[in-house]
Design a protein around this ligand. Structure first.
Ligand code: SF4
Ligand code: SF4
Length: 411
């Protein structure tokens, strides 16, 4: 096997000193060191939490990558399975980068960065796919559904617009395009419905692609190493959006947002339109006084930062601005927030065991704050947390930001 993609990332892989910060947080939680951070996460890697072995961690991913590059490790089914256990949450990279953040404050300039473990894992998977030994079965099933019908649920594309609220007519052309995504189109329809009602009430004209909207491809194809299939989705979606005349595209899903904003330009260059997350648009509409949040929400609420939105795309303030504008609300923070958010599990279909464990741990963390409502801003987080709350028998309400806003607008 050539490991062409992994070899390009040797600088990252060999930069890993196997120090273990990505396993148990940037410092030993029992010997707190205030130079790094007040928050000492000890649940850094969701797959390590599930499997309790160093193999399943950022350090493990780098060590395996080095082993195969140097020819010391054979590609076995077990190895392939381990590489597909990572949920690409990026927590390891942030923890790894803490040392460099500290050194930057001492030296006064950048002297390095955290090891980009998610890039290493994606490259590894792309090589495994090229060699015909990846992805693993659950990833394959989702990819096959997308190949056949352009959505992850193997549903008919003609059903994609069934979420549209009764009586609402949404055109297919316009300056602002709402890219709905598979999960909000077929599963958490309430996210899409709430957002559409908010835009309608604000007098904002918007369009949707309808059955021309294909899966964004990010979490399910690019992250699985299925690069060619991902590129096909990208090219179709970008072409369809350009044909719609849109100059702005808005998504309610953090994964779709990250895909459009960060991954799509690596395939097609300049998109020709800007990409917004719903939290950015809602904050803008509030500032322009196009929406008014007047109905009280007399509950304690905590916000879960989706990994792809906060840690990767660096959007953390807009959702809090929006939530904080709701009268009567008591917004409290979980310890793991913003850059140090703790992953929801991310893969209810592909990695159900890790996802349910990560989701239930996060629900417990939310409950420990005294919150009765957990708000997020991503279709995958809502999906993971709703399943986790059911499994725990928890009565915490799990809402998307759009649902909370719609409720406060009386919609
Ligand atoms: S990825 Fe970074 S934090 Fe993790 S073991 Fe390697 S050097 Fe340490
Ligand atoms: S990206 Fe997330 S799941 Fe993967 S190794 Fe890093 S912390 Fe663990």
């Amino acid at each position: 096997m050539s490991f062409e993609n992994l070899n390009k990332l040797k600088g990252e892989i060999y930069g890993c000193s196997i120090c273990g910060q990505c396993v148990q947080g940037p410092v030993d939680p029992f010997r707190p060191n205030v130079v790094f951070t007040d928050y000492m996460p000890n649940r850094t890697c969701p797959m390590r939490e599930k499997y309790r072995l160093l193999t399943y961690s950022g350090a493990g991913m780098n060590t395996i990558a080095r082993g195969v590059i140097e020819g010391d490790l054979e590609i076995t089914d077990e190895l392939v399975d381990a590489i597909y256990k990572c949920v690409l949450c990026g927590h390891c990279e942030t923890s790894c980068g803490e040392v460099f953040n500290f050194l930057r404050t001492v030296v006064g300039k950048d002297i390095g960065h955290g090891v980009k473990v998610p890039e290493v894992v994606r490259a590894f998977r792309a090589d495994l796919v090229k060699a015909g030994v990846g992805p693993t079965d659950n990833f394959k099933k989702v990819a096959a559904a997308i190949e056949k019908g352009h959505n992850r649920f193997a549903r008919l594309q003609s059903d994609r617009t069934k979420w549209v609220p009764e009586g609402m007519q949404i055109p297919s052309k316009g300056k602002l395009l709402f890219y709905v995504g598979c999960v909000a189109s077929f599963k958490n329809k309430e996210n899409a419905q709430s957002f559409a009602k908010i835009l309608n009430k604000a007098g904002v004209e918007f369009a949707i692609l309808g059955d021309e909207e294909w899966c964004c491809g990010g979490p399910q194809l690019l992250n699985a190493g299925l690069v060619k299939q991902f590129e096909d989705q990208v090219k179709h979606n970008v072409e369809a959006i350009r044909a719609s005349g849109a100059t702005e595209v808005v998504t309610t899903c953090a994964d779709c947002y990250k895909s459009f904003k960060i991954d799509y330009p690596t395939v097609v260059g300049d998109l020709g339109f800007t990409v917004l997350h719903s939290s950015e648009l809602l904050a803008r509409l509030l500032e322009e006084k196009k929406i008014t949040l007047s109905k009280e929400y007399l509950e304690t609420v905590t916000f879960h930062d989706p990994c792809q939105l906060s840690r990767i795309a660096k959007i953390t303030e807009q959702p809090r601005t929006v939530i904080g504008s709701i009268p009567g609300i008591n917004l409290v923070e979980m310890e793991g927030n913003k850059d140090y958010t703790v992953c929801c599990g991310h893969y209810p279909q592909e990695l159900p065991e890790t996802t349910i464990q990560a989701g239930t741990e996060r629900i417990k963390e939310a409950q420990a704050t005294g919150a009765t409502t957990l708000v997020t801003a991503c279709s995958f987080c809502k999906w993971s947390f709703s399943a986790a709350a059911r499994k725990l028998g928890s009565d915490i309400k799990v809402l998307d930001l759009t649902e909370l806003v719609a409720e406060s607008m009386g919609l």
